[in-house]
Ligand binder design. Sequence first.
Ligand SMILES: Cc1cc2nc3c(=O)[nH]c(=O)nc-3n(C[C@H](O)[C@H](O)[C@H](O)COP(=O)(O)OP(=O)(O)OC[C@H]3O[C@@H](n4cnc5c(N)ncnc54)[C@H](O)[C@@H]3O)c2cc1C
Length: 468
Amino acid sequence: MSEIKQLEADYLIIGAGAMGLAFADELLKHDKQASIVFAERRGMSGGHWVDAYDHVKLHQPAIAYGVNSLELSESKTDLSSRPQIIHYFERISKNLVSTGRARFLFKCDFVGEQPLDKGAIATVASNIDEGVSYRIHVKRKIVDSGYMRVEVPATHPPRYKVDGDVQLVAPNALTKLERSFSKYVVVGAGKTGIDAILYLLDNGVIPERIQWVISNDMWMWPREMAAPNTVGDMLSGQLQGLIDNAEIDDAFLQMEREGIVFRLDKNVQPTKWRCATVSMPELEQLKSIKQVLRKGRVARVSTTHLHFESGEEQALSRNALIVNCSANGLAKRRAKSIFADGHITLQPILVCQQVFSAAYIGRLETSSLSDAQKNEVCFPVPHPENVEDLPYCMVNSFENLVKATRIIPWWLYRSRLNLLAQAPLFILVKVWLRIQRQLPQARRALDQVYVHNQLEPVQQTQQDAKRA
Ligand SMILES: Cc1cc2nc3c(=O)[nH]c(=O)nc-3n(C[C@H](O)[C@H](O)[C@H](O)COP(=O)(O)OP(=O)(O)OC[C@H]3O[C@@H](n4cnc5c(N)ncnc54)[C@H](O)[C@@H]3O)c2cc1C
């Protein structure tokens, strides 16, 4: 038995994660006529947080997370926990529905579209009843909020082979462990791996029982600096690092001397930078792990050994538990034009600030600018992976912000998702003047020395949208 339900809305938003919700919040606030249908594969709003491990927290302050219209926390330092974040997303969804202009289709996949002269007919199918689908007349635009492809270990299998009898878990299992293991082998050095180590240490596991597989070391941001009064200094210090140095490694070393980035081991020069944010006390805890395996990426795990892509091996102790933290939570996706041909592809326009970016794009959508003009003021900033990504991330982000201040300065200043703007006015003005002075020099450094962020040609973007 099959049933095709007919719906109509101005916008179809694919995905009800943080970015889709932050976009919708602004859109409905500034366009009192607009209506939205969300198609969400999961059973509720919140995106990857729905499947994240229990002990996950934000790694940046909650005062600048979520949507503009609703506080997540009033505290300047609070890092909300998963239950708080899920509850928050539930409240936002209710608020959106209560406008009478938003509707959520959960357990549904966006499966395709047929373009019309104006708008499109989109098909959305239930993933729990193969007979049910929706034919949605989208009068204005289809908004892709799943483009960033956030991965969490619970929904993504390991990136290496695992023999059948290996004891391997996702970090979600840590809160449910009921016995002890001879060793806990944490595979992955990103935010999830760090969280797994901190959870084990906080819950009494001694450092000697933990082995940490780090395929590449990374630079980290000190959380103490990622606060309203200091974030401007941190970002401006990074611009200065680029201006003063012709080698990216030297730029990071200068930033380290100034206390705006740090690393796990002073004897190892990191090759990665992925916006991981860690507090000083957490860094000290991480340093207590002495069994750090730096042999490259894991290729296979057998009951007796870790086998690395490099060909090296590491013996495993009997009764070891492998904690797989290898999912890529912040994948580096190719930059696509954000506004293109009846489509909006949500991407960061400020480095690693997805929710602020989505809200900004939502606000821009309600302006009278053409798509070309909107693209001019929001150049996508893909998530960084390597140290070489720092220059374009910083320069493109600040160029976007400078352009934004010319169009919607008041919105920028009032946006609670803009951590910079939450500083007292005198700090904000001081930092802003400094950054404006630095930006042309940093742009020259980017043009002459460093790697550019290439925007995918619009034609390609349109073909992709049609294929989707
Ligand atoms: C552990 C962790 C901690 C983080 N901490 C912070 C932090 O402190 N501060 C911060 O700013 N950022 C943080 N981030 C970054 C975080 O990724 C973003 O803040 C944000 O939650 C990402 O939301 P999203 O909407 O882009 O993606 P998702 O959460 O992945 O949401 C996208 C949704 O789209 C749905 N979807 C995709 N394709 C389809 C389809 N075809 N049909 C239907 N539905 C579809 C998916 O099911 C998903 O629910 C963190 C990330 C991780 C992994």
